[in-house]
Design a protein around this ligand. Sequence first.
Ligand code: ADP
Length: 297
Amino acid sequence: MSISIKGLDKIYPNGNHALKNINLEIPTGMFGLLGPNGAGKSTLMRILVALMEPTAGKVDVFGYDLMKDRKKVRSLLGYLPQDFRFFAKYKTHEFLDYAARLSGMNNTRKRKQAVDAMLESVGLFDVRERYANKLSGGMKRRLGIAQALIHNPKVVIVDEPTTGLDPEERIRFRNLLSEISENEVTIILSTHIVGDISSSCKCMALINKGEVSFYGAPQDMLREAEGKVWRIQVSADELHEVDKRYPVIATIPSGTGWEVQVVANEIKGYDAKPYPPNLEHAYVYHMESRLNLWTNG
Ligand code: ADP
């Protein structure tokens, strides 16, 4: 295990109970932390990178205690926060050089080599002379990951990295993360976008209202939702009724009415056909079943 989290609790000074007894084992490779806004993901990330102390609990990073060996743990970690910004005065390569200096790379020649190699691997070498704050959204995110990786950390934590990116940039960024995770680097990817949790995440956790509601492989999350997703053919009048009774995932015009996709353990009173779940369906299933929001018919 690269990170072991036991009994983690965070209560903010204003009384917000953001994390409630979080227990997670994060293996090496790509780990997805999925949950809606306000679930507690950023709070957990900030604790993991030692920017904030938990109210209770214990975190081990490669055997080092986060609270006792903060300096050592920090050296093992790279972090790309959600709202990463660049100073206007730095060109792309100057910014990365600055990040490398901050991480303690004092030898100018070696630092230049490391910066060039990193720019190459994140696909920014050709734009290295451009001012960092003038890069496109996707390029900025890639420069963000480059600064998180420049000191060769064993774990990289990325918080909502694809928010605001267009689909092409999003795919490119996801592929970049997969490539990085192949080089023995653990990546913790925190996101509210189900599509970010791709097949490259061997393991994932679903977090909601400060609690873990699923932990395991994405395929297991899918399997648990099998037989719980339904397709119902309804008239326009019935649509409202179905919407009130079941969590609706999709509504598609069909003939004179609608085809509605819903999650439920069983459907009563409608002609429902089972539908093979995708990860988005499974996400809704787990969120809803945890909250017990739906009625069973
Ligand atoms: P996420 O990253 O999943 O969107 P956050 O960790 O930002 O969730 O927030 C979890 C909960 O903690 C929310 O209810 C949020 O309002 C609250 N929260 C976050 N930061 C603070 C803070 N500095 N002070 C008080 N409450 C906070």
